[in-house]
Design a protein around this ligand. Structure first.
Ligand code: ADP
Ligand code: MG
Length: 426
């Protein structure tokens, strides 16, 4: 991938934008870009530098992303809406071509890492609540004020950030919620560690689901984790606007990452803001349980899509016939009665029962969480509550926290920070 049209190779100390930004260390990467921690010599702060691959289609995508990010930053000058802020953008010419670069505020680890850090046991519900509020503030801003759909909401695309301004000095503040150092490199032909991990995780989740399908009474280990995350100040921001679009200008038909994909996208019956609300519910479930809500896989005689629709119905009840037959692809999965063509026998297991039986939630916790989530998973997209309506839901009202902040866990979490070496070039 480090060739003409591909990634720009960066070394620690490399300078960008006429010397304004100095590369410190790699934070992560995606299909289209590498992201580096950089020091901004003009403002004496740390920033995230996203360097796009150089080929025309990547440059085109970056221009679109910059458009969206600019609208987001312009509409929120006080930077309080739980969405990542664009600080600057410029072009950088290197041996592989010209790369569009975005300078973003520096954030911490993703919620996926937080879930993993907590060993997939699910986060305490008071933390889930705090995180959900942040995500909803971000979605409400995007949807209602800007008319933007994110279309790829998932734990990986929500990053933690510190209430104390870690961008001033992420080392000495010791408060930037970075749980672990990033691993691996984007190397051509070799599956990255993160991909491998995600696959391993998906396999585990699939195994659990089939186990669930096999025995209705199956349970998992107690959901209490041995890691204490009470001391982490969980605030977060929505990132990765590479796939975002303005309502009414949707171009892509297939949107969203598989496990977070709404039924109307699978059926191709058109989509709007409510696709993000579906992904939000899947994300909230995952935060609370440590498991993905839906992990479909194709099988003998049926596709991944049909399995996905079957899983949705097993949890949420039968899809209304009108909805089932309304999409361009409905005929691939449903007969004219609105029944799945190839998966005939469904095992219904309601969300509150699942939370109690499988994840050992108390009856009241299970009922309250499912009261919050089930309306967001309405098969009729127009019936799903908006982010604004969700913010009013009783589940989000502050409850007495059963656990107090734990100092030792703060230290434990910050161990990774001591490895963060800042090198400022001349
Ligand atoms: P892509 O569009 O190529 O997928 P992303 O915007 O998702 O790129 O960024 C890739 C990775 O870089 C993220 O998963 C995250 O680990 C890291 N990253 C992105 N933005 C930031 C940021 N503002 N602060 C810290 N890390 C970031
Ligand atoms: Mg990404």
């Amino acid at each position: 991938s480090y060739r003409k049209g591909g990634y720009h190779a960066v070394r620690v100390g490399d300078q960008f934008a006429g010397g304004r930004y100095i590369a410190q260390r790699k934070l992560g990467w995606g299909q289209f870009s590498t992201v580096w921690l950089a020091y901004d010599t003009r403002t004496s702060t740390y920033v995230a530098l996203k360097i796009q691959k150089s080929a025309a289609q990547f440059a085109h995508a970056a221009l679109h992303e910059i458009d969206v990010l600019s609208a987001i930053a312009n509409g929120d000058p006080s930077n309080s809406k739980c969405v990542v802020h664009l600080i600057d953008n410029f072009k950088h010419t290197g041996p592989n071509g010209q790369h569009l670069c975005m300078v973003l505020e520096f954030l911490g680890d993703s919620l996926l890492r937080l879930i993993r850090y907590n060993r997939y046991k699910g986060l305490p519900l008071n933390k889930v609540r705090e995180i959900c509020k942040c995500i909803l503030i971000g979605l409400d801003y995007l949807h209602r004020e800007l008319g933007i759909l994110h279309t790829d909401l998932k734990p990986e695309n929500i990053l933690l950030f510190s209430s104390i301004d870690a961008s001033k000095d992420p080392v000495r503040s010791g408060l930037s919620p970075i749980l672990e150092r990033p691993e691996g490199n984007p190397t051509s032909g070799v599956t990255s560690l993160i991909e491998k991990r995600l696959k391993r995780r998906a396999r585990r989740a699939v195994a659990k689901i089939s186990e669930k399908r096999a025995s209705m009474g199956g349970t998992v280990e107690a959901r209490k984790s041995d890691r204490n995350i009470d001391g982490i100040d969980v605030r977060c921001k929505i990132v990765d606007f590479g796939n975002a679009c303005w309502a009414g200008k949707q171009i892509a038909e297939e949107i969203q990452t598989r496990q977070y994909r709404a039924p109307e996208v699978i059926l191709q019956s058109g989509y709007s803001f409510s696709v993000d609300m579906w992904s939000f519910a899947c994300t909230a479930f995952e935060l609370a349980t440590g498991d993905m809500m839906f992990t479909p896989k194709g099988g003998q005689g049926f596709s991944e899509d049909e399995d996905h629709l079957a899983m949705m119905m097993e949890l949420l009840g039968k899809m209304p016939r009108k909805v089932a037959i309304s999409g361009a692809r409905s005929k691939d999965y449903f007969d004219r009665h609105g029944d799945l063509k190839r998966i005939r026998r469904l095992k219904f297991w309601s969300l509150d029962k699942l939370l109690m039986d499988r994840y050992k939630f108390s009856e009241s916790d299970a009922r309250e969480l499912s009261d919050f989530l089930v309306p967001l998973l309405d098969f009729t997209p127009e019936n799903r509550p908006t982010a604004q309506q969700c913010l009013q839901h009783p589940w989000l009202k502050d409850k007495d926290s059963t656990s107090s902040p734990n100092e030792s866990s703060v230290e434990k979490v910050n161990v990774g920070m001591s490895n963060l070496k800042i090198k400022v070039g001349k």
